[in-house]
Design a protein around this ligand. Structure first.
Ligand code: FAD
Length: 350
């Protein structure tokens, strides 16, 4: 592996507040790396309400979660932040030289002068199938995301869930996709607790068509148990709406129950917490560890309101407070984007 990336600032979380943190740091000429466990930026706005209108962004009478995210991405473009997506920040540790070691689940390592935790309600993790003992097969035969589809080719698959991910993968593995079906499974059984889906109607129609053609099977029921043979998962027990439990043999089990946020590793970085939120002051939005700031939904202070607009303000003040760690000899003055030639240069709008 290559050595750690040395930088001035790392932002943990690419939700709206993490994205705006890039902007506020950028104005002060502080370059940032930004990391999110999701494969795309936008945080709750994209994960939970991409199409819903937001009405309380100042001077933007209405915009959807997706539009807000797209506009933030456009606004921070001049600052060339480096995105590291699809990886969770697992480790933060203070070094003797005053900087921090930071590491992600993908093994990306940083040495940074400052950290901005914009982790929101936590890092979005797949909801798991709650059956005692099943976790022993996680990664080998039980999967909550598909990293390499080729590993499922030619296998007997059971896919659980009723949303777009479950439907899309069921169609993909059974030959319902348009691109020549490179990962066709031996068999595909879809299991969902009811005969109703939260997925694109076209995918549902296609799935029903494939079932009628005996190319896949759909069972209404819930996974309630399993059997193993020689240390491997061999069958699952599925209890149907009729209360009858049937066994279904399989090679691989794929579960798509959606994502839910977890505070996760942030809780272990030694920061003072107050009911699972990071305690900060309201002058600098700095945590109990100097050099680590927390902004947006993840922080708490007297009067805190979990609003995007509050997060934006917090990001501005945190950036000013961080500047002395990066430029100890420089005096930082407030400048207006409207009139400052220096800021125009930084923004590339000369
Ligand atoms: P988030 O948006 O939660 O983003 C945090 C990001 O950090 C996530 O992408 C997460 O994956 C990532 N992350 C966390 N931990 C880690 C880690 N260890 N490593 C890597 N990545 C990590 N607010 C308003 O102001 N107006 C509204 O109208 C409004 N409507 C809403 C409607 C709904 C349905 C919901 C659910 C919320 C609404 N909110 C609204 C609240 C608003 O979405 C939040 O205040 C805002 O998203 C907070 O932004 P954030 O950047 O702090 O956190």
């Amino acid at each position: 592996a290559s050595g750690p990336i040395e930088t001035d600032a790392v932002i943990v979380g690419a939700g709206p507040v993490g994205l705006f943190q890039v902007f506020e740091l950028g104005l002060l000429e502080i370059k940032a790396h930004i990391i999110d466990s999701l494969a795309y930026p936008g945080g709750q706005c994209i994960e939970l309400y991409p199409d819903k209108p937001i009405y309380d962004i100042p001077a933007v009478p209405v915009c959807t979660g997706k539009e807000l995210t797209d506009n933030l991405l456009k606004q921070i473009e001049p600052f060339g932040a480096t995105f590291h997506l699809g990886q969770e920040v697992t480790l933060v540790h203070k070094r003797e030289d005053g900087r921090f070691d930071l590491e992600t689940s993908k093994g990306t390592r940083f040495i940074t002068k400052t950290i901005f935790i914009a982790g929101g309600v936590g890092s979005f993790q797949p909801r798991t199938l709650k059956v005692d003992g099943l976790e022993a097969f996680e990664g080998s035969q039980v999967h909550y995301r598909v990293r390499s589809p080729e590993q499922f080719a030619g296998k007997n698959l059971v896919i659980v869930g009723g949303g777009d991910s479950a439907l899309d993968w069921a169609l993909n593995f059974c030959g319902g996709n348009a691109d020549g079906n490179p990962h066709k499974a031996e068999s595909v059984i879809l299991i969902h607790r009811r005969d109703g889906f939260r997925a694109a109607p076209a995918s549902v129609a296609k799935m029903k068509e494939l079932c009628e053609a005996y190319e896949m099977q759909f069972i209404v029921g819930q996974v309630t148990g399993f059997e193993a043979e020689g240390g491997a998962l061999s069958q699952i027990k599925v209890t149907g709406g009729d209360g009858v439990t049937r066994t279904v043999p399989l090679d691989q089990l794929l579960v798509f129950f959606g994502l839910s946020p977890k505070l996760g590793p942030i809780a272990e970085w030694g920061l003072a917490l107050d009911r699972k939120q990071i305690a900060v002051d309201t002058e600098k939005f700095e945590t109990s560890i100097p050099g680590i700031f927390a902004v947006g939904d993840i922080n708490t202070y007297p009067g805190k309101k979990k609003l995007i607009l509050s997060g934006f303000h917090e990001a501005a003040l945190a950036a000013f407070a961080a500047a002395p760690y990066i430029f100890p000899e420089k005096r930082i003055h407030l400048q207006y984007t409207t009139t400052s030639p220096k800021l125009h240069k930084v923004l590339g709008v000369e």
